[in-house]
Design a protein around this ligand. Sequence first.
Ligand code: SF4
Length: 64
Amino acid sequence: MRVSIDSDVCIGSGMCALTAPSVFTQDDDGFGTVRPGRADGGGDPLVKEAVRSCPVQAVTVAED
Ligand code: SF4
């Protein structure tokens, strides 16, 4: 699994970080980012929930 956020699309709602905080956080400007070393999703089942929670579909998950 490879998790990414399209920073051109993210509006900084924070839903990803609220939904799966082990994988996502927010940068100083409030935009969503994938935590360092967590681009593989860390086995967290909440990642797919975070994909659904993003209001602008900025979070994507590619299966290996
Ligand atoms: S849920 Fe989507 S819009 Fe909100 S911070 Fe995360 S990536 Fe950005």
